[in-house]
Unconditional design. Structure first.
Length: 334
C-alpha cells in the first residue's frame, strides 16, 4: 500500500511506494563501478598542476597558499581553482540584443573546483580524521571567501560523484558556485520559516534524534533518512546547534561534521556499492533564522514524466527501512 507524505514544513509531497522497490543488492548491481588502475592520471592529480588554471587556494600542511604563474605549488593536501568551463564568471560577457519584456543580466558570479586529494582513487569514506576535518575546513574557508565578494547572495557548495550524478571526471572533487541571487527553493523555505514561532529544523532535529529513521549521531550532528524523502536512501545531516552557514562552525564542529559525512558515505558503499551520489550544503550566510543542513542523495533512479509534471517524487524504499540498512540493522538480501 503506497503512502503520501508531506514535507516537514513545506507544501511539498512524496509518495512512498514500497511495492515498486528493488532489493538494496539490486541497486548495487546497477551502480557504476570504479575500475582502479595504477597508471591512471588526470588533470586533477598531484603532479598535473600545470594542466589546470592557477589555484586560487592551496592547502598544504595546514597553511593556505596561492599559485603564481612562474611556480605552481606541489605536494598539496587540497587544491582549489576556477572551473575551466564556468557556469558564472567574475568578468561576464556583455549582453546584446535583449528581448523586450524579458529580463536578463550578465552571468556574474564565481565557479570553483575543490580537489579533495592529490591521489586519483582516494575517496572521502577512506579519509582519516585529519583529512576529513581538513576538507571541512576548506569548505568553510571557501564559503567565507566568496560570501564577501560584491553582489554574492548565495553559496552553492556540492559534490557530484559518478557519471550518473553529473561528475565529468572520476577524481574526487567538489564544486562551489557563488550566485548573485538566492535560489527560489531557499526563498520558499525562508517564507515558511518566518511563518513559524520556532525553527522547524530544530524541531526536525528533536524529532529525528529519537526516531527509527536515525542513522548516526555524535556530540554535534545527526544523520537520518528524512520522513519526506525525494529518493531511496536519501540522508540529511543536521547540527545540534542552530547555525546558519559553515562560517559559524568551529574546528570541533567541522571534525564532527566530517565524521558524520564519512559514516554516511561508508554506509552507502557497504549497502549500495560504488553508487553515484550527490551531496549539497544548504546554508544562508546573511540570515540567522536559517538552519544549516547537508543532504545526500544516491542516484538510483531518474526523474521521469510524473516527477517533472507534478514536482512530487516517488520513493520505493521507505526511509525507516533505508535507515535500518544504512546503520547495519538489516543486511543485504542475496
Amino acid at each position: 500500500m503506497s503512502e503520501i507524505r508531506k514535507h516537514y514544513f513545506l507544501f511539498e509531497y512524496c509518495i512512498i511506494a514500497e511495492e515498486r522497490t528493488k532489493r538494496p543488492s539490486d541497486f548495487a548491481d546497477t551502480a557504476e563501478s570504479l575500475v582502479k588502475s595504477s597508471t591512471v592520471s588526470c588533470s586533477f592529480c598531484g603532479g598535473a598542476e600545470a594542466d589546470t588554471p592557477l589555484a586560487s587556494a592551496v592547502y598544504k600542511n595546514g597553511k593556505i597558499l596561492v599559485d603564481i604563474p612562474e611556480k605552481r605549488i606541489v605536494n598539496w593536501d587540497f587544491r582549489c581553482f576556477p572551473n575551466l568551463y564556468p557556469t558564472l564568471s567574475p568578468v561576464p560577457d556583455t549582453l546584446e540584443n535583449q528581448e523586450i519584456g524579458l529580463q536578463s543580466e550578465p552571468g556574474y558570479g564565481f565557479h570553483e573546483v575543490i580537489i579533495e586529494s592529490p591521489l586519483h582513487w582516494r575517496r572521502l569514506e577512506d579519509f582519516s580524521d585529519l583529512e576529513i576535518a581538513g576538507l571541512m575546513n576548506v569548505y568553510r574557508d571557501r564559503t567565507c571567501n566568496y560570501m564577501t565578494q560584491e553582489k554574492i547572495r548565495y553559496i552553492s557548495l556540492f559534490k557530484n560523484s559518478g557519471k550518473d550524478a553529473g561528475a565529468s571526471l572520476d577524481h574526487s572533487h567538489s564544486q562551489l558556485i557563488a550566485l548573485p541571487f538566492c535560489p527560489s527553493s531557499l526563498e520558499r523555505e525562508m517564507k515558511a520559516i518566518k511563518e513559524r514561532e520556532n525553527c522547524p529544523y530544530c524541531a526536525i532535529f528533536s524529532q529525528e534524534k529519537t526516531s527509527s529513521r536515525l542513522i548516526y549521531e555524535n556530540s554535534e550532528w545527526i544523520a537520518f533518512a528524512p520522513y519526506y524523502s525525494m529518493g531511496s536512501f536519501e540522508v540529511w545531516i543536521l547540527p545540534r546547534k542552530h547555525i546558519s552557514f559553515l562560517g559559524d562552525c568551529n574546528d570541533k564542529l567541522l571534525l564532527a561534521l566530517g565524521d558524520t559525512l564519512r559514516f554516511s558515505l561508508r554506509s552507502y558503499r557497504r549497502v549500495l556499492g560504488n553508487v553515484p551520489f550527490n551531496y549539497m550544503f544548504y546554508q544562508l550566510f546573511k540570515n540567522s533564522e536559517y538552519h544549516l543542513n547537508l543532504r545526500l542523495l544516491p542516484r538510483l533512479s531518474i526523474s521521469a514524466g510524473f516527477e517533472l509534471n507534478t514536482g512530487t517524487y516517488i520513493n520505493t524504499v521507505p526511509p525507516e527501512k533505508a535507515a535500518s540498512y544504512l546503520k547495519g540493522e538489516l543486511m543485504l538480501e542475496e
